[in-house]
Design a protein around this ligand. Structure first.
Ligand code: ATP
Length: 273
């Protein structure tokens, strides 16, 4: 990877500006087993950061801790400079998109979004307008009264993103939301997500194991090691916005980054003897 086209920056992010969220030596355990080991990371206001790591390295576990769904085993978490080691829930509105959509099957699409807004303290008088607006934005407005099981996988994932955004979150945490979708739907969803981010600029942490997805979406990509996850490297993504999948610069960047990431993950084949 050439330093003329790519900037390599410290894991804490580029200099300047207070972080929205800051992790210092964050460690996560399941029982006695360490699955995330001493992560340093900063998410700046309005920034989109991708956490790129191999399957099973601990990405979801880290996101759970940040949201406050699981406890931190070590290290510290700060929100706008304030100690927040027990996670973001209860401090700010968190828009969390799970890998599987997690819609309640016995509630309609609209009711699923209502439940999330109620939990987030959104006044009931605003529910109707927000449901219309966010389902419309994600192009699934006609399914408001439908049962989730009547929707395709892509439509369900659109609803789950609408649900996360309808609380008008202060921060968005996304856990491989497009990994179960076909290529065409995944592309459309990524395009949609960049458009939404460009409009709203909500700080976003996006977990993925797809290099191309990380480069297409993010301002910075944090490369994690095999589990227990630690930060190997952080890369700036020098692509202009709005981004296009067809941009030749994206393909070039992907080729460079694949080589770089495979080297970091130590998966490259050695020279033939
Ligand atoms: N509730 C749990 N109890 C015990 N171990 C767990 C639990 N959840 C996850 N693990 C283990 O922790 C490790 C990290 O899992 P995690 O789901 O965080 O990884 P990941 O990087 O998100 O994986 P993937 O990319 O496949 O979704 C794995 O070895 C997994 O088996």
């Amino acid at each position: 990877m050439s330093e003329t086209t790519r900037g390599t920056v410290p894991a804490g992010g580029p200099a300047g500006g207070d972080p929205y969220l800051e992790l210092r030596g964050v460690t996560v355990k399941h029982a006695d087993r360490t699955v995330v080991s001493g992560i340093d990371l900063a998410l700046r206001p309005g920034e989109f950061v991708a956490l790129l790591g191999p399957s099973g390295c601990g990405k979801s576990s880290l996101l759970h801790v940040l949201a406050g769904l699981a406890p931190v085993a070590g290290g510290a978490l700060r929100h706008r400079g304030d100690e927040a080691t027990d996670g973001l829930r209860g401090r700010v509105r968190v828009g969390y998109v799970f890998q599987d959509h997690r819609l309640l099957p016995w509630r309609t699409v609209g009711q699923n979004i209502e439940i999330a807004m109620k939990a987030a303290g959104v006044p009931a008088a605003e529910w109707d307008e927000r449901i219309e607006r966010f389902l419309g934005m994600l192009r699934v407005g006609e399914y408001r009264g439908s049962w989730p099981m009547r929707l395709s996988g892509g439509q369900r994932q659109r609803v789950s993103i609408a649900r996360a955004l309808a609380v008008e979150p202060d921060v968005v945490l996304m856990d491989e939301p497009f990994s179960g979708l076909d290529e065409v739907t995944g592309r459309a969803m990524r395009q949609e997500l960049t458009r939404l981010h460009e409009v709203a600029s909500v700080p976003t942490l996006f977990v993925t194991h797809s290099i191309r997805e990380a480069l297409f979406l993010a301002d910075r990509v944090v490369i994690l090691s095999h589990g227990p996850a630690r930060v190997l490297k952080t890369l700036d993504v020098p692509l202009a916005r709005p981004r296009r999948h067809e941009d030749p610069a994206l393909a070039r960047l992907e080729a460079e980054t694949v080589a770089d990431v495979l080297r970091e993950w130590d998966l490259t084949e050695g020279p033939a003897s």
